[in-house]
Design a protein around this ligand. Sequence first.
Ligand code: C2E
Ligand code: MG
Ligand code: MG
Length: 505
Amino acid sequence: MRSALSGALIYAIVGGLWILFSDQALSLLVADTKAYQELQTYKGWFYVVVTSLLLFMLLSRAVKKTQTLLQIDPLTYLPRHFQFSLALDKILKSLPHGSSLIMMDIDINNFSKINESKGHEFADKVLLTLANKLKNEFRDGALIGRLGADNFGIAVSHHEHSDSFDVYASRVFNALKRVSDKLDYPVQASIGIAIAPGDGKRSRELITRATAALQNLKGKGEGLFGYFSRELSTQLQRRQLIVHALRQPDCFSRFSLVYQPQYNALSKQVCGVEVLCRWHHPELGPVSPAEFIPVAEEIGVSGRISDWVIRQAYKELSDSDCLAVLPRVSVNISATEFNDELQLQALTRLFTHYSHFARYCQLEITETAALENPRANSQLLMALKALGLRFSIDDFGTGYTSLAMLQNLPIDEIKIDRAFVNSVEADTSTRRIVMSIIDIAANFGVNSVAEGVETDSQLKVLQETQCAEVQGYLLCHPLTIEQLKVRLKAERTQNAEVLSVNAPR
Ligand code: C2E
Ligand code: MG
Ligand code: MG
């Protein structure tokens, strides 16, 4: 800004002096009026040409500077994504026949945590040190770029005959180790690798595939590397179709609900239902919630799904009069929603609006993500509890923080995962786990439900181990609302008959 101001000032002074003195100088030089007028015209043209040249120089310098800023990362001086892709395309075009090019997408693990816990300055230091160590490690003509906030890309040609590309990942890990040593702080990264020409002959394709290989490592641990494969490509395409459809504003027109009854393990009376959503994708057909819910969590739309599920379940259950005869309705909510204050607030607003329904509802927390800080959100959880809502831990023992959840949340129920129920009769150690979970539930004074009960012998073991409730195909498959209505009516009639048979005469 300052240089622009001083430039304008210099221009104004020079221009002013030129206007003031050029005419006087001309009149001193030529006496003849005609010649004077002719020279005046040339003088005008001269002025226009000089100022145009000046303007051109200044503008082109500014444009060049902006372009450099857009193309080169000012922190690491590495090319950014666009520039990296252009350079990669050039290398790919001139790749000798029989050679390969290794494209690595490197993602620093937990970079946001480094930012939060150590501050931006330290995080910048990590990026800069890593950039320098990578430059050092790949001195032999590799293309290095900063592809995103915590992402680096490296493209390196491979001319040798051996097929082992692992060595390149090792070199990245060497660089990371040096960064950790220098900063005295552990820095780890995951690496997705795609190899040209097999995985793609253009930069866009190759980078996307290296990123897909990287995404495939998510949730598997830190400091890992993995290659792109055809199988991954199919998965990636499927995931993209799911993401695209979930982002459509009218995606719920293809959603529906089913209800699976839960029974008292001994009396086999219905104690409640679990609401499960179903989705018919426009191209893929039916997609299981086990597949699309984690994607919805990742792209941040699981809250919208919960909102729709709760409203729709209330509508269907009350319109069909099922609500009047059901003691409890369980709805699945992802742990990611419990970690997010805004989503918890939205849930509280929704249940305040449906306060009548809230008294029936139990939220099954699916542990697809670790429950980060329930204490921080304890006020909101208490507000939900005050509305009459109950909390259940789904798939207990298979997720992240089951026991910590019992400590930090006002839990009312534990659900024993299908995987345990599956082998409860055949495997004694599984039976011990199931017994321990039921003991934990009893010690905390909460309800226990075994899910995925498929055989009589599983039910028998669960009855013996004093599991309170059961749910599974043996007793009932998930039902549409019409089927549920019929089923509940039949169960009531059956129970009434049993009661009248057993009644004292
Ligand atoms: P979950 O909450 O543990 O639900 C139980 C799953 O087991 C359901 O699968 C159900 O259909 C299935 N199931 C029930 N009994 C049996 C049985 O005897 N044998 C077998 N093999 N399976 C049984 P579904 O409906 O495919 O749901 C899968 C998971 O997707 C659910 O697991 C839950 O975590 C999630 N999910 C479903 N609906 C929703 C939803 O509305 N919101 C959220 N956030 N997650 C949902
Ligand atoms: Mg559930
Ligand atoms: Mg479950």
